[in-house]
Design a binder for this molecule. Structure first.
Ligand SMILES: [Fe+2]
Length: 210
């Protein structure tokens, strides 16, 4: 005979989704600001394919709609951090947010990547074209553990190799920056516009050199 003595779930990966209230008005202002930025610079090409990507740290801007989004992103990062730890108050640490805007045109996609060096990465959906079927515009996360294929036989939720969903406009998705993610090609007629960011905590006071 055996008795159950202990059951633990180790090495989980938290993903959290928020919804901004009154996002329609904010999104309209963010789209207009995106148009203005695109007019001012051609952007850069990183993991985005066939799209536009703003230059520098978008959250350095003092444009009110960007400040509003930055505040929401910061609040979301503190909230998700408080979900995973009670040992450290994240508000006692310095938090650096680095953001950029992406415009993903019809056919554009985003290749699998991580964001090394940050704690959390987030994506806010400014616009998301409506589609009835398929995976257009979905973000997909890939299991960071290796050597799992034989577990598929058991169809256990904890060992699924991937997870995808299509966030709606006004949603903010946050996940650990080590998590490999990518975006399915946009099969709609309109662009998908997002603001992505990395969030990195540092110790509260600068380290003194010896
Ligand atoms: Fe990313």
């Amino acid at each position: 005979m055996i008795e159950e003595a202990r059951y633990e779930k180790l090495f989980s990966t938290p993903v959290m989704r928020f919804r901004l209230s009154d996002h329609a008005a904010l999104n309209a202002r963010l789209l207009a600001e995106g148009e203005r930025l695109r007019g001012a610079n051609a952007g850069v090409s990183k993991s985005n394919r066939g799209g536009w990507h703003s230059e520098g740290n978008l959250f350095d801007s003092d444009t009110p709609c960007i400040v509003e989004l930055r505040n929401a992103a910061e609040e979301a990062v503190l909230r998700v951090t408080r979900k995973i730890t009670t040992k450290v108050d994240p508000a006692s640490l310095r938090l650096k947010l680095f953001a950029w805007m992406n415009a993903n045109p019809p056919g554009g996609f985003n290749a699998p990547h991580t964001h090394p060096g940050a704690h959390w990465s987030g994506v806010y959906y400014v616009s998301q074209p409506a589609v009835e079927t398929g995976s257009s515009g979905m973000i997909e996360f890939l299991d960071p553990r290796s050597d799992l294929p034989h577990w598929r036989l058991l169809q256990a939720q904890a060992f699924k190799p991937k997870k995808k969903f299509r966030p709606a406009a006004g949603e903010l998705v946050i996940f650990p920056s080590y998590l490999v993610h990518w975006v399915f090609p946009n099969e709609a007629e309109e662009e998908r516009v997002t603001v992505a960011f990395n969030a990195t905590f540092r110790k509260p006071s600068p380290e003194k050199a010896d």
